[in-house]
Write a protein that binds this ligand. Structure first.
Ligand SMILES: Nc1nc2c(ncn2[C@@H]2O[C@H](COP(=O)(O)OP(=O)(O)OP(=O)(O)O)[C@@H](O)[C@H]2O)c(=O)[nH]1
Length: 252
């Protein structure tokens, strides 16, 4: 009999950052509600919306946080960076300063989100690509150079006004997130020391092994202990500090 249970949706937190007025709220509104308003109010602090999406056959619920770009709201937005899975760094194609400022946005995010910068999915999003060439201040080469310096692989230009590439920006984020997950998992497998300290099954197995083995001096056990003692072990693209369990738990 086929299993007809619906596939569970994975919840991911997405944060949108960038200077005030680059079009972050417009991007979110277009993506979630397929609407566009010419005269948006500045965001105060943060706002979030959920959106379900299926990408490559997998169901996701994106919890998307739109943040205030103005400096005076810094203290209101930064507490919300923690726990993020994907970050969209937005600049406007008609504002070269908004691209220059992206380094500061990235650093602010890294400071408060506490993630591993080399293993976190950042997507650079150029907004307002409906604007004609004469109004643009940012060249394709300029952005590519900035991305290369920052070691960011993904860049896309969008228009919320013309509904161009908006969903693609979020899909790009999802695919990059999945890529980072795969890389992190492969690294862990390679190290051969993946340990889930929260798993009771794992602890039970280990107890049996150690008591049965008369002292538990086997090679696998030694490797496990080394992994336990490695604080700050990075899992799945984000820094997750492995709690060092008391030695008594593992040497029964
Ligand atoms: N031409 C064009 N203008 C846009 C587009 N998206 C936004 N805008 C314009 O940019 C203005 C600012 O957009 P917002 O979405 O409010 O910008 P924001 O980045 O959220 O600004 P803060 O809330 O201050 O951080 C809007 O009122 C629009 O006039 C776009 O795709 N094309």
């Amino acid at each position: 009999m086929t299993n007809m249970r619906p596939q569970k949706s994975k919840l991911l937190k997405v944060v949108i950052l960038g200077e005030g007025g680059v079009g972050k709220s417009a991007l979110l509104t277009r993506f979630v509600s397929n609407r566009y308003e010419e005269n948006n109010f500045h965001t105060i602090g943060v706002e979030f919306m959920n959106k379900d999406i299926v990408v490559d056959g997998e169901r996701f619920t994106l919890q998307i946080w739109d943040t205030a770009g103005q400096e005076r709201f810094r203290a209101l937005r930064t507490p919300f960076y923690r726990g993020s899975d994907i970050c969209l760094l937005c600049y406007a194609l008609d504002d070269r300063d908004s691209l220059r400022g992206l380094s500061l946005w990235r650093n602010e995010f890294l400071n408060y989100a506490d993630v591993n910068q080399d293993k976190f999915p950042f997507i650079v999003v150029g907004t307002k690509n409906d604007l004609p060439e004469q109004k643009r201040q940012v060249s394709y080469e300029g952005v590519q150079q900035w991305c290369a310096e920052q070691k960011i692989a993904c860049h896309i230009t969008t228009s919320s006004k013309a509904a161009n590439n908006v969903t693609d920006a979020f899909v790009l984020g999802l695919r990059q997130w999945r890529h980072m997950e795969c890389v992190a998992e492969a690294e862990l497998r390679q190290q051969g020391d993946t340990i889930d300290l929260t798993s009771p099954i794992r602890l039970v197995q280990r107890r049996i092994c150690c008591t049965g083995g008369g002292g538990g001096g086997g090679g696998e056990g030694q490797e496990d202990d080394a992994a336990m003692q490695s604080p700050g072990k990075k899992m799945f693209g984000q820094k997750r500090n492995a709690t060092k369990a008391p030695a008594t738990n593992y040497r029964l």
